[in-house]
Write a protein that binds this ligand. Structure first.
Ligand code: OGA
Ligand code: MN
Length: 244
């Protein structure tokens, strides 16, 4: 990726919030990030236990850049309430008894510089997962999620019948100085005994979590503070789509 591409969205960002200065990611910074990322441990844990939690995984500049981009998009009213599907083949609906976050799909606009850097990093993970585990992951879909105070996402699986091509869930957190008191933990449950909690993850800036979408039931506990994250799913090729 070259410099003009990385800077391509400066105008869009400036339009969203003309008062805020626009940061960019230089090609050197991106190259350094990609060269230093180490997904080995993540992949080993995914193989051995179907989930992995890595505190301090992302560099501060990337987390802060993503946070700033998310805030600007939010201020520009680009986030929309997330929706849930109640039963097979029904429409998606907003239901705050199930989830109360607001989301912004990265694919809906041209990715801003830090989003682009993050997507490049996850592209590296996608290729490594395919090489080592033959998962046949074809693409990533991702959104920012903002949980206002007192919101949550009830226990669920990410891979439901209608979304059978979601294979690996990847979540990164963008909240400085999170404490246990603030709640908002991601709870992962045992695939064999879904009542049994196996991990509690604080949504602290720089933490990277991933798990097998079909295997791990999970929930976002009620949060006291506004909680910002970026969540994505590596998808297998949508086989039905190929025939349509
Ligand atoms: C989701 C989800 C977890 C988190 O968006 O499906 O489970 O910690 N997110 O934000
Ligand atoms: Mn989920």
């Amino acid at each position: 990726m070259n410099a003009p591409e990385l800077c391509a969205n400066r105008e869009l960002l400036a339009e969203l919030s003309p008062t805020v200065s626009v940061e960019t990611v230089t090609p050197e910074t991106l190259a350094h990030l990609l060269a230093t990322l180490n997904f080995e441990h993540v992949i080993n844990e995914l193989v051995n236990q179907s989930w992995s939690v890595q505190p301090n995984f992302w560099p501060t500049w990337l987390v802060e850049g993503l946070q700033a981009e998310a805030r600007q998009l939010h201020q520009a009213d680009e986030f929309k309430p997330a929706q849930v599907r109640h039963a097979v083949y029904t429409e998606f609906q907003r239901d705050q008894r199930i989830r109360g976050d607001q989301i912004y799909w990265l694919e809906q606009g041209l990715p801003l510089p830090f989003q682009r850097a993050y997507l490049c990093a996850l592209e590296q993970l996608r290729q490594q997962l395919n090489r080592q585990l033959f998962l046949g992951l074809a693409s990533l879909e991702a959104h920012f999620a903002l949980y206002p105070p007192n919101s949550f996402y009830r226990k669920h699986y990410d891979r439901v019948a209608q979304e059978s091509e979601r294979i690996v869930t990847v979540v990164s957190y963008l909240n400085a100085d999170w404490s246990v008191m603030a709640g908002g933990m991601l709870r992962l449950y045992d695939p064999e005994q879904p009542e049994q909690c196996i991990a509690e993850v604080l949504p602290h800036a720089g933490t990277f979590t991933c798990f097998l979408s079909e295997r791990i039931p999970h929930e976002v506990c009620i949060t006291d503070r506004e909680r910002l994250s970026i969540t994505g799913w590596f998808r297998r090729r949508d086989e039905l789509g190929e025939w349509l």
